[in-house]
Design a protein around this ligand. Structure first.
Ligand SMILES: [Zn+2]
Ligand SMILES: [Zn+2]
Ligand SMILES: [Zn+2]
Length: 102
């Protein structure tokens, strides 16, 4: 098992696809935390959320790295290596206030 994540080199500067979880906004569902795909900019929700869209996005696309996104906190997660990764200053600014369902 390798100690370092080799996928960090592949992360891109992305534009978030939506202000909140793209799929949850479409179906009117709520989420707990947001995760941003650093390969394509897909915004999904975390595994504590009912729909786990970020994990589903990884299963569907194989995009390995997501960023903790509400707000950007400087850490990421690699689904392939199952490891937290340090994004340093390389975070993605939010495009606007995050919509919330109450
Ligand atoms: Zn990795
Ligand atoms: Zn979602
Ligand atoms: Zn993606």
């Amino acid at each position: 098992m390798s100690k370092t994540c080799t996928h960090l080199a592949g992360i891109a500067g992305v534009t978030p696809s939506a202000l909140g979880c793209e799929e949850c906004l479409k179906i009117g569902s709520s989420w707990v935390h947001l995760r941003l795909c650093r390969t394509c900019g897909h915004v999904g929700c975390c595994d504590s959320s009912p729909n786990k869209h970020a994990t589903r996005h990884f299963r569907a696309t194989g995009h390995p790295i997501i960023e903790g996104y509400d707000p950007p906190e400087g850490w990421g997660w690699c689904y392939v290596d199952k490891k937290f990764v340090d994004l340093g200053g390389c975070t993605t600014p939010q495009r606007g206030p995050i919509p919330r369902f109450v």
